[in-house]
Each structure stands twice: as C-alpha cells, then as structure tokens.
Design a protein around this ligand. Structure first.
Ligand code: DX5
Ligand code: ZN
Length: 218
C-alpha cells in the first residue's frame, strides 16, 4: 500500500497565527480544516471567508471537514474556493450522492463522514461515489478527546467491502490519534490519519508528523 497520509488538524492551531501554523505543517500531506457551525456540533470555528484565506496561504492542500447542518447548500462553496477535498457528514446530508457528484464536478475530492454511532452499511452501495470515507474515532466537536477503539470493526468492514468492490476510496480516521493509538487504525485499514493535539501539542511539529507516519506504517 501507499505511504500513510498524515493530515494535521488546524483545530489545534493558534487561530490568530493561522498562517504561521499552516507553514509549520508543510511536510504533512493535507491541512485538515474543521468547519463547525454550533448546530450540527456544539462548537463553532470558522466559515468560507476564513477557509478562503487559508487556501491562499497554506503550503499544502486543504482537506475540509464540514461538521455543519445543510451541507447540501454549503459544501459546494468550499470546493469552489479550491479545497482539495470536501467531506460532509452523512447524518446531515439530504442527498449525499447528488452532493458528492456536485463536489467532484467542481474538481474536489468528495468525502463522507460518519459519527461513532452511525452504522457503515448504508455506505456500502454508494462507496464509489466518494473519494474518501471518514470514520470518526471520537464524537465530532472538540479536539483532545480519547480515541474510541470500538469504531475499528466498522472501519475494517468498510475497508473490506471497498476492496471487494475494487474501489480505491481512501479511508480516513479523525479523533484521538497519537503515537499510542495510530497503529490500531492502520491495522483496521485506515490510510489517512487526522491528528490535532498530537501534532500541534508537540515541541517539534515536523518530527511529530514524521513519527506518526512511521507508526501508521508499522
Ligand atoms: C473533532 C475534529 C478533529 C479534531 C481532532 O471534531 O474533527 O479533526 O481536531 O483532534 P485530536 O487529534 O486532538 O483528537
Ligand atoms: Zn476533523
């Protein structure tokens, strides 16, 4: 398999030093951008105006994770501003397949996310509509929570189903990933790893990215 992707989450960056903190993750694969609306999740971050500035200043492509209500309406705007990937929550989307097709038509990778309590089976028939599937490994809303190992059988089943179907969809995990937990997700088949506090909380950010990549490979 290809090298694991490490996507640091700027939720753990210093929001008033975002340009500096994006520059600090230049050796990572994608900058993971958590958009929260204080409605789908009980926390608020930023919207399209801020993400447009991040797109202009980031040394690496943006991986936008929308934790918002009505992604059918809002998600295409993030693709239009140039985000490399736009992931919306299955629980929030009225027409997930139509939305994924729209994101792809704009030129973004289309992603779908599921919360820990959401079953994976509803995605089996539509896996090919997505470039990436995000299995949340914490309840979405906050950084710094503990990894939920009980989400791993669902991830494994989705990965196996995708392989059976010959699909090349990426499988992403997000929440509580650290040097101690990342190998569990890698063993369950994840290839793309979001980490907020484990990266931005480290003394040496570049070394933290390299170490996570090594542990995800092992
Ligand atoms: C949680 C966000 C995550 C968060 C992960 O709702 O989607 O991207 O930043 O943070 P850590 O790695 O600290 O759990
Ligand atoms: Zn996220």
């Amino acid at each position: 398999p290809s090298a694991p992707r490490i996507n640091p989450s700027v939720l753990s960056a210093d929001f008033v030093n975002m340009q500096r903190d994006l520059a600090r993750i230049a050796t990572a694969d994608f900058a993971h951008v958590d958009v929260m609306d204080n409605h789908f999740v009980p926390n608020l971050t930023f919207g399209p105006q801020m993400v447009e500035r991040m797109q202009a200043t980031s040394p690496i492509p943006l991986d936008v994770h929308l934790m918002i209500t009505d992604p059918d309406h809002w998600a295409p705007g993030y693709a239009e501003l140039g985000a490399a990937s736009v992931t919306f929550h299955l629980e929030a989307a009225a027409e997930p397949v139509a939305l994924a097709r729209r994101l792809r038509s704009i030129g973004a990778r289309a992603g779908v996310a599921i919360k820990p309590g959401t079953a994976g089976e509803s995605l089996y028939e539509i896996l090919d509509e997505f470039d990436q599937v995000l299995v949340m490994t914490v309840e979405p809303g906050f950084g710094g929570q503990s990894f939920m190992p009980e989400t791993m059988p669902k991830l494994r089943a989705l990965v196996d189903e995708a392989r059976r179907r010959g699909s090349s969809t990426w499988f992403q995990v997000d929440g509580g990933l650290s040097d101690a937990t990342i190998s569990q997700a890698a063993e369950a088949g994840a290839d793309t790893f979001v980490a907020g506090s484990a990266v931005y909380g480290a003394d040496d950010i570049e070394a933290a990215v390299t170490r996570l990549r090594e542990r995800a490979r092992a």
